[in-house]
Design a protein around this ligand. Structure first.
Ligand SMILES: [Zn+2]
Length: 232
């Protein structure tokens, strides 16, 4: 499916920040975060309304998350050995973050692995999923998800792979007027549920079966699933 352009959201749902659901929104937040994409960024990058406090509050965790994933992919926290220029630049500018990742690095039987700060990673994954849900289904989800799961794509078992790439299932229609509903009625979501925001960097899909599920593939490396059971 092509990355779609025009939002169809109901503006009345934008009166509150998507993330805290309390404060008035005063900024547009990109979905997904630009830090997960390469320049030049896609045209018409999706945006949701958020308050400045939430928007700023995610920035450090997003930097941490992106740098962590790059270090994991490259098996090192040595800036010279990383691939992504944006990540190298961040770690050069932020020696504290670099030191934190150095400390998180461990070696066992010749394998490098990183101790993950789960709260920070989950914070970013839920933010991404909430952003996609709001954008696709119009209706925001304020609640915490029922489950958060992630695993490198190449480590998925056959069962996990079948489940992750399963065709779209739907036991209810998306919100009236939402982008997702329009896609369903045009049969686009059913035929090809994955939406590519930027090739090689970011894909996502949504499932409306027994709740709301958002699946994301980041940098063709990380498979993510965030699920809300029957909340909306
Ligand atoms: Zn907020």
């Amino acid at each position: 499916m092509k990355y779609r352009e025009m939002p169809h959201s109901d503006n009345r749902l934008d009166e509150f920040c998507l993330y805290c659901g309390i404060r008035e929104p005063d900024t547009n937040d990109h979905v997904p975060s630009k830090i997960l994409l390469d320049r030049p960024f896609p045209d018409h990058l999706h945006m949701v309304r958020s308050c400045l406090e939430c928007n700023n509050g995610f920035s450090l965790d997003e930097q941490y998350f992106a740098c962590l994933i790059e270090c994991v992919i490259c098996g090192t926290s040595d800036i010279e050995k990383l691939n992504r220029k944006r990540i190298k630049d961040i770690l050069i500018r932020q020696p504290k973050l670099k030191a934190r990742l150095d400390l998180a690095k461990n070696e066992s039987n010749g394998n490098i692995f990183f101790k993950i700060e789960e709260n920070r990673v989950n914070n970013v994954l839920v933010k991404l999923a909430k952003g996609h849900t709001k954008f696709e289904n119009s209706q925001p989800i304020i609640e915490d998800p029922s489950s958060i799961w992630m695993k490198p794509l190449h480590m998925l078992t056959i069962e996990e792979e079948n489940s992750f790439f399963a065709p779209l299932e739907m036991d209810k229609f998306p919100e009236v007027g939402s982008r997702a509903l329009i896609s369903v009625t045009e049969a686009r979501l059913v035929n090809s549920p994955w939406i590519t925001v930027q090739p090689n960097n970011y894909h996502y899909m949504m499932n409306f079966n027994s709740g709301t599920t958002v699946r994301i593939i980041i940098w063709e490396y990380l498979a993510v699933e965030v699920k809300w059971n029957n909340i909306i």
